[in-house]
Ligand binder design. Structure first.
Ligand code: 5GP
Length: 121
């Protein structure tokens, strides 16, 4: 289905509603965080605002900077618990940038990442 005409709940909404299982590592009223199903680093957790209102980080930043700041704070907490406290925070923004799920989320990547490896090319 074209994402512009998407009416179904996103995979992430279905995870939030416990319709799809996930390895949840953190949850509060505003966000949920779980291990990515296809990890790209020793630690790869996705932090997802529970609201499905924002398709990407640009929309989230414009509408609710406090919620974006909370996502960053949760990412830091996860990195403190699961990596060495240092982490890469990735928001794919748009299809050409690799975004596949249009329900805003942050990738928390950690665990011995090399310099100069931001992307695959
Ligand atoms: P995007 O490509 O939109 O930035 O990120 C979507 C991420 O969600 C991908 O890294 C993908 O591996 C992950 N993902 C997709 N479906 C599922 C799922 O059902 N469970 C989990 N845990 N992760 C998923």
């Amino acid at each position: 289905m074209d994402r512009m005409t998407q009416t179904e709940p996103s995979i992430f909404t279905r995870i939030i509603q416990r319709e799809i299982p996930a390895d949840v590592v953190f949850e509060d009223d505003e966000v949920i965080a779980f291990n990515d199903i296809a990890p790209q680093a020793p630690v790869h957790v996705v932090v997802v605002p529970k609201t499905a209102q924002y398709r990407d980080v640009v929309e989230l930043a414009a509408a609710d900077p406090q919620l974006l700041a909370h996502v960053v704070q949760v990412a830091k907490q996860i990195a403190d618990e699961r990596a060495d406290g240092e982490f890469r925070l990735v928001f794919n923004n748009g299809e050409a940038a690799g975004q596949t799920i249009f329900h805003v989320h942050a990738h928390v990547l950690g665990g011995g990442l090399a310099e100069g490896t931001l992307g695959s090319k």
